[in-house]
Ligand binder design. Structure first.
Ligand code: SF4
Length: 743
């Protein structure tokens, strides 16, 4: 292939790369089906959609996956699966997968198939060109919580230590950054303390901004198995499916949750329903917290939240009487303008009631994506692997020693968060962007701004299963990636369980695993030598184990992939000392469900958890005369996943949700605004408009409307606003209006 004379360094890598591809295609996963699987058999692996992390049985014919069923032996789902799990082969079997690299022809503007060699030539040549013209930090990547942990580890190390880049983040920023920061600040490490058995052992479950019936249906099934007749309390502006099934729905005004949780703490104090012994032994800062919450009276809380006094009293009563209270939160908390303090308000409640480390207790964040937890530990976005800090010389030395790299290879400065990278495109600081397995042009808050800014980039690379996502359509280069079931690796679920995914299908055409693509980039970039010991996912897993050793997430005791396979996944921590106690081979039953902090020792310097709090603030955009409604967004159905790039490719799943975007509106508002149930309307905010069908339903209170996030254009409406600690976008609150439209 002729070399671009603009990039003379290409001579240094073009030859070896070609030789690699020609001589050792197997190393890059070029269409090989794993040899260890019998032609007609079953195997098991974890689902690649949500962070529940269900085990699925894969049915094979002639060595290829042909069907799936729920694995009855897996300790997470106990033989259950939601529609996405049953249909998980459909998105990878879709006929419209990306099968070859596509390069935009600069003359015609069309995307045209090219070889991997040419794709790497362009990738390296143009990214290095951007760096030469604008500095090493002018290229960035945006990644995902959907690829394997081994892939995340390789990508972060490649980009920061091999390519000289600094700014990188992942879509975990959009879902779990808040939980990460909240735990780290409060208990010293991003360590969700629970195990799913806690759903069954709690006598009072408080769900805040969480609708597990729809968003985490298998977790909800675990709640339904609870034999203790628990109080189930839901704090949510909408009467969601979970709220309908709860023993108490607290229908709070949008974004009044933080003040209400402070008021709950105050009311528990007034009743003496706190565990002073636990507080004194295991926490810091309680006296200040006690003084702070004193002004959050029940009267004020009820007025701000718009709830009756009796409802608040019932909430206090249920928590005060609980012996095993657990506090659960999801995106209704994480995606708020003061989300970190709201998550910490729940942590504070668990601490003050001594609800940590015992069965059925905990302040428990429910994770979104299948591997958001892997991203939080290994993505290099907010820190070095396993919660280490870039700025800490001892941490850098640790990482360098495990990887066998000189210390100067280990990055010493944090990079920008997702929103800062987008701002960087606007300012011209970011000129080259590599987007991996995420759909920024749909999912980013105020998507129109991103779509406009993407035009400013000198080079946009999108690595995905499909070439027709909203983001891929903007790309200069598309790298076709293998999907779930087409590659090996591990995912970490909400309860810290490391589960295995396997290659049980041949990727279509020339699609490669993300792992293989990162290795190609490393070789092409000229830093392949750094990754000589990173040849396979399992080799990287071994490195990850060594990186985890001595950290709170230590899983160095795991014997390898086979051990995970035999044991129904293994929760971290699982240290070498644990392994010595548990013995070799499949994990004994008593080791399969483990929670943290039974000894009350946390990962802060004092060993005590911290009470953290701040005065509540109003959202950035309140309803007014022009835009009198509050727009809420969230998951629509259990058959839909995020931007529908995968679930939209299943004919079965498509039958389970409306094809067109809809808005849920209270019947009073339907009548008052002259709307008609089932008829079109125009939903407008200050940023844009969306055609929607009206669904008249009392589940949404008057003055608020709800739109599922999965439909294209929803984030045309949302307002850019971020939590100051986690920099997570606030998708759950902006001002809107509805205008009837003649169909
Ligand atoms: Fe997959 Fe989540 Fe459904 Fe389980 S609940 S089958 S992990 S999508």
């Amino acid at each position: 292939m002729p070399l671009n004379p603009d990039f003379p360094w290409l001579r240094a890598w073009n030859g070896p790369l070609t030789a690699d591809l020609v001589q050792r295609p197997g190393d890059f996963g070029l269409g090989r089906v794993p040899e260890r699987l019998q032609p007609d058999a079953t195997t098991s692996m974890v689902c690649g959609f949500c962070a529940t992390g269900c085990g699925l049985t894969v049915h094979l014919r002639e060595g290829e996956a042909v069907n799936l069923s729920a694995d009855p032996r897996y300790p997470v789902n106990l033989g259950m699966a939601c529609p996405k799990g049953w249909e998980a082969l459909a998105p990878v079997s879709a006929p419209d997968r990306a099968t070859a690299p596509l390069l935009r022809n600069r003359a015609t503007g069309a995307l045209e198939p090219v070889t991997w060699v040419r794709a790497m030539h362009e990738f390296v040549g143009r990214m290095k060109g951007v760096q030469e013209r604008h500095g090493a930090e002018s290229v960035a990547f945006l990644s995902t919580g959907q690829i394997t942990t081994e892939e995340m580890t390789l990508l972060g190390a490649l980009f920061r230590s091999g390519m000289g880049g600094r700014h990188c983040d992942s879509n975990t920023r959009q879902c779990m950054a808040t939980a990460h920061v909240a735990y780290k600040q409060s208990i010293g490490f991003d360590a969700p303390p629970y195990t799913y058995a806690d759903f069954e052992e709690s006598d009072c479950l408080v769900f805040v901004g969480s609708n597990p019936c729809i968003a985490h249906p298998i977790m909800w099934q675990r709640v339904l198995r609870n034999p203790h007749k628990p109080a189930i309390i839901v704090l949510d502006p909408r009467r969601t499916e979970t709220a309908m099934a709860a023993t108490l729905h607290v229908p709070i005004a949008p974004k009044s949750d933080l003040a209400l949780l402070y008021a709950l703490a105050n009311a528990l104090l007034a009743r003496g329903a706190v565990d002073r012994t636990y507080i004194d032994a295991h926490t810091d800062g309680f006296a200040e917290f006690e003084r702070f919450v004193a002004e959050f009276t029940p009267e004020r809380a009820c007025a701000d939240a718009g709830i009756p006094a009796e409802t608040f009293a019932s909430l206090v009563e249920a928590v005060a009487n609980a012996k095993r209270a657990s506090f659960w939160w999801t995106m209704g908390v994480n995606q708020g303008h003061e989300s970190t303090r709201t998550a910490q308000a729940l942590i504070n409640l668990a601490l003050m009631t001594g609800s940590f480390g015992r069965p059925g207790t905990g302040a428990n964040s429910i994770t979104g994506q299948c591997n958001a937890m892997g991203s939080r530990l290994f993505a290099h976005a907010t820190g070095l692997p396993c919660g280490r800090e870039f700025q800490n010389p001892a941490h850098r030395a640790d990482v360098a020693s495990v990887l066998g790299w000189p210390e100067e290879r280990i990055p010493s400065t944090p990079g920008w968060a997702y929103d800062q990278i987008i701002d960087g495109i606007e300012s011209g600081a970011i000129r080259g962007l590599w987007i991996i397995a995420t759909n920024t042009a749909h999912s980013w808050i105020h998507q129109t701004r991103f779509r406009e800014l993407a035009k400013k980039l000198e080079f946009l690379v999108v690595q995905d299963l499909y070439a027709d996502t909203d983001t891929a359509k903007l790309a200069d280069l598309i790298l076709p990636a293998a999907g779930w079931g087409e590659k090996d690796g591990t995912l970490i679920n909400s309860e810290r369980r490391i589960g295995l995914v396997k290659r049980v299908r041949r990727p279509p055409g020339e699609a490669l695993s993300d792992f293989a693509i990162f290795r190609l980039v490393a070789n092409a970039w000229g830093c392949g030598d750094l990754f000589r010991a990173w040849r396979t996912p399992e080799e990287v897993f071994r490195l990850m184990q060594r990186l985890s050793a001595g950290r709170p997430c230590d899983f160095s005791g795991i014997e390898g992939y086979r051990h995970l396979d035999q044991s129904g996944g293994i929760q971290w921590p699982y240290t070498a000392a644990d392994a010595a106690k548990a013995g070799p081979g499949p994990l004994p039953v008593e080791w399969r469900e483990r929670r943290l902090f039974a000894d009350g020792r946390f990962h802060t310097p004092t060993g005590k958890a911290r009470f953290l709090f701040d005065a509540p603030r109003p959202p950035v955009e309140m309803p007014d005369a022009d835009f009198p409604l509050v727009l809420l967004t969230g998951r629509g159905s259990s058959a839909q996943w995020h931007t529908n790039t995968r679930t939209g490719r299943s004919a079965v799943l498509r039958q389970m949700y409306p094809a067109d975007c809809y808005v849920e509106v209270n019947p009073e508002d339907v009548a008052r605004l002259g709307l008609l149930d089932g008829r079109p309307a125009r939903l407008e905010t200050r940023r844009g408009a969306l055609e929607v069908n009206v669904v008249s339903t009392p589940t949404v209170p008057s003055g608020r409307v709800f739109v599922p996030m999965h439909y294209d254009g929803v984030n045309r409406l949302t307002a850019e606003s971020f939590d100051p600690h986690s920099r997570q976008p606030s998708y759950k609150h902006c001002a809107a209006r509805l205008v009837p439209r003649k169909s």
